[in-house]
Design a binder for this molecule. Structure first.
Ligand SMILES: Cc1ncc(COP(=O)(O)O)c(C=O)c1O
Length: 401
């Protein structure tokens, strides 16, 4: 396992602007091979799908390759990769589709750890169907999502459990396999939000026991494209609203309108890029991805440990949550300064962080910070290095009272 952060950084044109890009949890920067792949698709000429001419066949091939790439990234089946504009839109689509089969008195379980995109679509669909919504609580102050509570939340009426593979603010990685096994024992389906987890760790949807796994390519250095991965046999059982003239097969029938073909070329390039992050990884792409993402995780965890140690040494900084297993994501407040003021102070020093609730609506509510500007998020990813962390810590030290 090896990881050379300087080599990786050189692949990202945007990183050369002198900023510390600590906003990856909101969206990552794009490496040159992804930019080139998108440009190459447009340069060659894009035709719409399923036509008789070569440019159309190229688009069909781009879509097929993107499905294979996403499947390799998460350990899924390419025939079960649904592509779309983003995770939120796809999740609303799946929620509306599944809720058609829900009856009054059926139940779903959502969690307060989740990004609102894996909460509200389900809550609203349940309300429309007369289904009962049960809530898994986030533990304060640790930020854990204890799996044991699901024993009390699941019943024989539970139809769906929506849970995140990682919190986009606290970084918490709950015990999804255990939660999913309990859900399956109760006869429920499991929809896992993998948007925040995917760039930080090797993903295996089988090991997670996820029936559906949602991810967004712009969080892993690709373009603004979302995907939901499921077993094709499961997708066959679901009937989304669709145009009469649109394909009825799976996964196509979940995809509304025309796909962003050039961007999808970028999705494949992004997966290939991730697979090459450990230059010594060999073999098929899936195997190289597993090795590279393990190397990424080790690199990120070392930087996270340095960051958390540095934050804890600043008496005016309070870190929110202390989960045992987490991504390289820190969420903190600074005494005497609003989160926006802190972000502005950092921005003036070319340090990019996010401030506010970050759509972690329930988490920020549970911690009682949502009405006070929530907190500041530093989201690290594989291209961040020690100097990014040091710059953040030094700039925060300046805010000492
Ligand atoms: C954990 C998590 N889930 C869902 C989303 C929503 O993803 P999208 O922007 O693709 O709709 C985000 C975006 O920040 C996220 O971080």
């Amino acid at each position: 396992m090896s990881f050379d952060v300087a080599r990786v950084r050189a692949l990202y044109p945007a990183l050369s602007d002198g900023s510390a890009w600590l906003d990856a949890a909101a969206g990552t920067q794009t490496p040159r091979p992804v930019i080139d792949a998108i440009a190459a698709a447009y340069t060659a000429g894009i035709g719409n799908a399923h036509g008789a001419f070569a440019a159309s066949a190229r688009s069909d091939a781009i879509v097929a390759e993107a499905r294979r790439a996403v499947a390799d990234l998460v350990g899924g089946d390419a025939a079960g990769v649904v592509l779309g504009p983003n995770m939120t839109t796809l999740t609303y689509r799946f929620a509306a589709t599944m809720a058609r089969t829900w009856r009054p008195g059926d139940e779903i379980v959502v969690s307060r750890l989740d990004h609102d995109a894996n909460v509200r679509p389900w809550v609203q669909a349940a309300q429309a169907a007369g289904a009962v919504v049960r809530w898994a609580q986030v533990e304060v102050p640790t930020g854990e999502l204890p799996a044991a509570q699901y024993a009390d939340l699941l019943t024989e009426r539970t139809r769906l459990v929506a849970v995140t593979a990682a919190s986009n603010v606290l970084g918490t990685m709950p015990d999804v396999p255990r939660i999913a096994r309990m859900a399956h024992d109760a006869g429920a389906l499991v929809y896992v939000d993998g948007v925040h987890a995917t760039p930080h760790t090797p993903i295996d949807v089988g090991a997670l026991h996820a029936d559906f796994y949602a991810t967004s390519a712009y969080k892993w250095c690709g373009p603004h494209v979302g995907a939901v991965v499921a077993a094709p046999t499961l997708l066959e059982r679901l009937r989304p609203d669709k145009l009469a003239s649109a394909p009825d097969d799976v996964p196509d029938r979940f995809e509304t309108g025309t796909l962003p073909f050039a961007d999808l070329a970028g999705v494949t390039a992004a997966v290939d890029h991730l697979a090459g992050l450990d230059p010594h990884a060999a073999g098929p792409r899936r195997r190289r991805l597993l090795a590279s993402m393990a190397a990424v995780e080790a690199h990120e965890q070392a930087e996270l440990a340095h960051l958390l140690k540095g934050l804890s040494a600043l008496p005016h900084v309070r870190t929110i949550g202390s989960p045992a297993r987490r991504t390289a994501t820190a969420y903190f407040t600074v005494a005497g300064h609003t989160p926006r003021r802190v972000a502005e102070h950092l921005a003036a020093r070319k340090i990019n962080v996010w401030d506010g609730h970050c759509y972690a609506w329930e988490v920020t509510g549970a911690f009682g910070i949502r009405d006070h500007g929530s907190a500041v998020r530093a989201g690290l990813v594989h291209y961040n290095d020690r100097s990014d962390v040091e710059r953040l810590l030094a700039a925060l030290a300046e805010l000492a009272p």
